[in-house]
Design a protein around this ligand. Sequence first.
Ligand code: ADP
Ligand code: MG
Length: 329
Amino acid sequence: MGEFDLIARYFRHPVRRAALGVGDDCALLRISPGHQLAVSSDMLVQGRHFLAGADPQDLGHKALAVNLSDLAACGAQPLAFTLALALPAVDPRWLEPFSQGLLALARMHDCELVGGDTTAGPLNICITVFGEVPASDGRGQALLRSGARPGDDLYVSGTLGDARLALESLRGQWSLPDTVLDTATRRLHQPTPRVALGMALRGLASAAIDISDGLLGDLGHVLEASGVGARVQVDSPARMLACGGAALDACVPQWHQLACVLAGGDDYELAFTAAPGLRDAVAAAARASATPVTRFGCIESEPGIRVLGARGEPLHGDWRSFDHFNATP
Ligand code: ADP
Ligand code: MG
């Protein structure tokens, strides 16, 4: 199969939303009047972001999910995406499930594949996603990292740490019971981009980011961009993890669970801030988007992040570095 047959077979579909899709030199997008275009790219590289032999359907899902997560963090509505693919071989047994995983998630978010590039090379998947956010008088409603103010509440969506637990388990760090491993592995391979929540938070959240590198690290970007600090309270890792509970406690120490929650990475949840007067509105946005959110701290003027345990006691740890994964409090 040649390059053009491959594209025609797996990646060329009629478009509904875009003015022109795959097949010409450029795709043409329609943008609603009074909106700004939101654009983001993310690359998945074999050996760095996934292991050789990774399930192609999961890869298709995750490659688009991590990009949609960036749109979610800005409160943008997905429109379209392009796919740049380096393939070691033209293998229908890989391409078929890859395109299925990719396009199933695309359909779910009404986000059309409109173009891309295909070349031979070590497996590399790069997606650029396009979305739109309302703007009036030149002022866009996109959620930015820079708007957090002292006194704001700090929230996170969904659950944290499961993906890192699954990864460490695959690396042989510990062995998880099957039910725990299933939940954790699904979170690692099939992250859920929080697109509906991001859009529902427009006009409410003062700042937002999606968590790809770990809660504290990514929160740090918000704090830096906003010129503030934060106090973070973690009452129990079991409540923050999707796979938390007695079965996990039996094989992974609490301290490691906490490290996964605070610094695990690959979560693709949203961390965001909002004024305390908006608690009811944030709860309504969470309900409307069927996405659980947890309030877990607040913004302070003093720079840095102070991590507190359930009783308000300071927790010390080099959370951002998993070289210190074995540290004890
Ligand atoms: P050009 O040489 O003009 O860049 P190409 O031959 O690379 O065009 O691609 C032909 C058409 O197929 C273009 O519309 C391009 O956007 C699309 N395309 C190429 N690779 C992919 C892909 N992996 N997924 C979707 N569309 C693709
Ligand atoms: Mg090309």
